[in-house]
Unconditional design. Structure first.
Length: 56
């Protein structure tokens, strides 16, 4: 049982760490992209804040 908990913890850590190379570059591209309107930039920042701090 202890090994199962350890494996589950490792999976959670990997998923949590993978969001940085996968989600953050996308949102940074949205914020700095020339096609993004000034009104759309706060939405990308809000999306990052929600994804970074919302455990869903």
């Amino acid at each position: 049982m202890t090994a199962g908990i350890g494996v589950a913890a490792a999976v959670v850590q990997v998923v949590g760490l993978l969001r940085w190379p996968l989600v953050v570059p996308f949102l940074a591209g949205v914020v700095t992209g020339p096609a993004t309107s000034p009104a759309g930039r706060p939405g990308a920042v809000e999306s990052f804040t929600t994804r970074a701090h919302d455990p869903r």
